[in-house]
Design a protein around this ligand. Structure first.
Ligand SMILES: [Zn+2]
Ligand SMILES: [Zn+2]
Length: 216
């Protein structure tokens, strides 16, 4: 089994959890959601001693994708994800940046991701779940062997992603979480787009948005 390491790098004024994920055996890494503050990301890459082989995007919001085009040019690696339903967000990253007061360039991924696809990082294989609701093209990446997931802004410790942005859909979000994330198993630990990590079990039992038949 691959020995997996992760470093969480909070970036942008939104304190988004950019994640550097690497396979210790091959020393190959992926940068997940490089929203901005590329200096901090470069530093984490250097500290890890790993070689970045790809950039992965969980969805098209600026705090997750704003630095992807620049980092891709710099490292010469492909961008994988999100689902193509977020193309409209990635096309408008410059505009999103102007609204929030920072610079970003639009990015077109080298590979769109679909439900059932897999993404590799070194010897590690991540399964792709398409989880619309926070944005139409949000994806979650799961390692069933290593029992962890990267959930973007779909689920947080004690909360769920906001659904008031373009393309947001509260019912779809709860369906994505209940139908796709909760069945992964209580022991799955996850890194989310903002705030502390958690586990599926903890959220199933205590997250106020997931109790009963509650819909947003
Ligand atoms: Zn988001
Ligand atoms: Zn976010």
């Amino acid at each position: 089994m691959p020995d997996v390491r992760a470093a969480i790098i909070p970036v942008t004024p939104f304190q988004q959890n950019c994640t550097l994920l690497w396979c210790e055996k091959t020393r190959k890494a992926a940068v997940i959601d490089p929203g901005g503050d590329l200096d901090r990301i470069r530093q984490a890459i250097a500290q890890s001693g790993a070689t970045v082989e790809k950039i992965i995007l969980t969805h098209g919001h600026i705090d997750h994708a704003g630095g992807a085009a620049e980092l891709r040019d710099e490292l010469g690696v492909p961008v994988e994800g999100p689902h193509e339903a977020d193309r409209f967000l990635l096309d408008r990253l410059a505009e999103q940046g102007r609204n929030y007061g920072f610079e970003a360039r639009p990015v077109t991924p080298d590979r769109w991701l679909n439900e059932g696809d897999t993404v590799s990082v070194g010897d590690l294989t991540l399964d792709v779940l398409h989880c619309p609701g926070h944005s139409p093209g949000s994806v979650v990446l799961v390692s069933k062997d290593q029992r962890f997931a990267l959930v973007g802004d779909v689920l947080f410790q004690g909360s769920v992603g906001r659904v008031d942005l373009p393309g947001g859909d509260g019912k779809a979000l709860i369906r994505s979480i209940k139908d796709k994330l909760l069945p992964l198993g209580d022991d799955i630990a996850f890194i989310c787009g903002h705030g502390p990590t958690s586990t599926i079990g903890r959220e199933r039992q205590t997250n106020p948005y997931l109790q009963g038949e509650g819909l947003l």
